[in-house]
Design a protein around this ligand. Structure first.
Ligand code: UGA
Ligand code: MN
Length: 270
């Protein structure tokens, strides 16, 4: 089965460095399709030129609304946020920037909607652009029949988030922030089979900070004991929730993320 990697990304000085690191891991994985979903009102030029020479098979998706009309052309597959949710995150609206903003949710949902229209089988994996992935995690998740789970390193105050496995079954969760969640796991700690996902009516991820994973997994109506533990019964860490220090906070991005005349002309010229 093909692995569909959904990567939310947004415009900032570190963006192409993050995407480069991730792409060069994905280059080691056969039969993979990378959905790069940008949270922006206009494409970031350097991302497009990065993708031009990127050897990983990919699709670029953009959430893009101009006068409520998505701009469709051969280069982009724009995704229109539902008006009620538009501006809840990211560069699309700076007004909502802050700790309580669900990051990457509308990007992931754009990826999921694309999958619904383009894939009948395969594996779904949500890979944030700043995490660190051992290429062997992709060998592991390729076998996912319904939902699989595995540990994530460098997350929360405990330093690791992991399912607890006994007799080959998941019997609980170790995580620094349980918060009443049924599935207290990180976004990078699970994979879903496409057929299974479609059979469960292809739910989207909720805009609920801290509960995105839990909400999504609950909507798949799976019991913890049915989940497939990977990485040697969850004893190995093959993915880390690394975060990039913003070392150049004042660095100005030369590309504008505003819907300017120049950006629109650029879009139309593609
Ligand atoms: C943690 C989780 O690992 C994320 O999966 C989760 O979405 C996020 O918290 C949350 O719920 O807020 P964290 O490292 O704190 O991740 O968040 P970021 O890495 O800053 O963002 C997660 C993803 O969303 C990244 O791929 C990032 O590129 C993207 N993002 C972030 C946007 O698309 N737009 C933004 O404005 C911010
Ligand atoms: Mn992150």
């Amino acid at each position: 089965p093909k692995i569909y990697v959904i990567t939310p990304t947004y415009r900032r000085p570190e963006q192409v460095a993050e995407l480069t690191r991730l792409a060069q891991t994905l280059m080691l994985v056969p039969n993979l399709h990378w959905l790069v979903v940008e949270d922006a009102v206009a494409p970031t030029r350097r991302v497009l030129s990065f993708l031009d020479t990127c050897s990983v098979p990919h699709t670029y998706l953009l959430e893009f609304v101009v006068a409520n009309k998505p701009l469709i052309n051969k280069c982009y597959v724009p995704y229109r946020q539902p008006p009620s949710l538009a501006g809840r995150q990211g560069m699309a609206s700076r007004r909502y920037k802050g700790a309580n903003k669900p990051r990457g949710v509308s990007n992931r949902n754009a990826g999921l909607k694309w999958l619904k229209g383009h894939a009948k089988e395969g594996i779904i994996y949500f890979a944030d652009d700043d995490n660190t992935y051992d290429y062997r995690i992709f060998q592991e998740i390729r076998e996912t029949k319904q939902v699989s789970m595995f540990p994530v390193g460098l997350v929360t105050r405990l330093g690791v988030s992991s399912p607890i496995v006994s007799g080959g079954k998941i019997i609980g969760f170790y995580d620094g922030w349980i918060a009443g969640r049924k599935f207290p796991v990180d976004m990078a700690g699970f994979a879903v089979n496409v057929k299974f996902y479609l059979k469960k009516n292809a739910p989207l991820m909720p805009y609920n900070v801290g509960f995105e994973e839990d909400g999504f997994l609950k909507a798949l109506k799976i019991k913890p004991e049915e989940i497939e533990p990977l990485a040697d019964n969850c004893t190995k860490i093959l993915v880390w929730h690394t975060r990039t220090v913003k070392s150049l906070p004042a660095l100005k991005m030369p590309d504008s993320d505003k819907v300017t005349k120049t950006n629109l002309n650029y879009l139309k010229s593609q």
